[in-house]
Design a protein around this ligand. Sequence first.
Ligand code: SER
Length: 616
Amino acid sequence: MTTHELRQKYLDFFKNKGHAIIPSASLLPENDPTTLFTSAGMQPMIPYLLGEKHPLGVRIADSQRCFRTQDINEIGDNRHTTCFEMLGNWSLGDYFKKEQISWMFEFLTKELKLDPNRIFITVFGGKLDINIPKDDDAVQLWQEEFKKLGIEAKAVENVTENGMQDGKIFYYDETKNWWSRAGISSSMPVGEPGGPDSEIFWDFGVDKQIHENSQFSKQKCHVNCDCGRFIEIGNNVFMQYIKTKTGFEQLPQQNVDFGGGLERMTMAAIDSPDIFNIDLFQTAIRKLEDISGKKYDANADDNKAFRIICDHLKAATLLIFDGANPSNVDQGYFTRRLIRRSVRYAHQLGIEKSFANQIVEEYINYYSEIYKIDSKKDQILAEITSEEEKFAKTLEKGLKEFEKMSRGNKISGHEAFILFSTYGFPLEMTEELALEKGINIDEAEFNSEFVKHQNLSRHGSEKKFKGGLAEHSDATMKLHTATHLLHSALRQVLGKHVNQKGSNITEERLRFDFTHPDKMTPEQIKKVEDLVNKWIEADYQVICQELPYDEAREKKVTGLFEDKYGDIVKVYTVGDVSAEMCGGPHVEHTGELGHFQIKKEESSSAGIRRIKAVLN
Ligand code: SER
């Protein structure tokens, strides 16, 4: 089975069950200022899960392209990819567990013809301190489905200690079987929807000895073991709760959020424990074999290089398609990192010429079946090649330099900085090279070099900052700091219900969208302006700190939908008037901002106001 076939089967199946099929949204989220990338299919669905009416009804299905930055360093094993499609179906207050479980079982066993003996299930084990019971309903529903096919599905607990115990259905705690964008911790933001989930796993079979041959062989194997014997192919989230100040409350509607990895389901359908064996990657792998003169073999040493190159160039293709051209800023920085990392691994495979466009062309061919990517083909190829060539020029010299530097078994922050500024090595790449040699980098020193460099180039038109390695002009940086002040001032003047909904900054103005039901009065506008100007005159220092996520939440830092997948967040504090999670960059003192003026206050959409403001 191919990925195109599987995707079509899934969408047809849910269309037949009354679902409206919607196209994939971009990898770069719109109207969500808090996260760089679309990393789950449900992300664009949040407003509807919370109760807003979806124009296409209460049953929706799609295949959403996703990108997960946190998986960049995981690539190289049998099942991780940074960029994947998530098959999704949603019930927006319509059907619930019974239908979802029976349909999903039908889809897997009848449509994909997966052997039910090799399907395993996990469910939520309950969390008494927040009064959410274990999900016995789901267990019973799954058991009924298995029974129809003559299988007694035993449900067991304590799998991490005791292993499989001949079970078919396993209770896990909230770290595995609860889904919301910020986990279940007490620091989860108020207003976040979430719920217990039930995951589906495919077993590649005990006979393949995957567990025994893995580094995890000493531990008891169970479906969530990292050995690779089992793979999660889908997650049914029963999204029926919303976080409150004190705990959880039932949402007004019971939703279903199903997300299943298209590529992983295809692995199960063709029963291959290596994701790079599915059709989507095979053409790229063959091409890379031609170019390198090497053979891809899942067990060979250079499989990691093959996998990284094929994963990263696929992601880079789609990122550029969605508008994230390689750069030193924001999303484009990831595109740059992915391409540069591919070039380094290609070098390791002995590839000396420009090669990336040949791989990318395979992906463009593939995606032209489902997206209008052809129209951007020339642009994508040009961006890839230009980035590749830029880096290829310095890579070899940089690697030599790295070898020299690492002789003392330590790379100083200053040296890492030279590799960055002279040879274009993203810090992460130097870290990876260092890790391979078992040596450390002084990251704090690297950061301080960065700041020094930033000060040196203060009068240049381009500046680079660690905060997203940005190229920001003075004007946009000032407006960015002003945006934080505006946010705080709005909360003081209008109330704590004000939350950022969107932000966009050009050289000329800031634009800020926020939750507030009414049009602001001229007096309120004046008050907000005065407050911001007072804070500017106070010439507060702007301080950047990196804090663990939970600590930041406890400190009541602003930022409702901060990048929920990161454990460490950056917080910018302005005197005692503002503390906000943010990637930066900002000015060092508010005194630099000049005079703040609101030019326009208008409605953006229901319950959301929009302000445009300038500094002069
Ligand atoms: N939201 C869930 C996930 O991302 C299911 O779609 O896994």
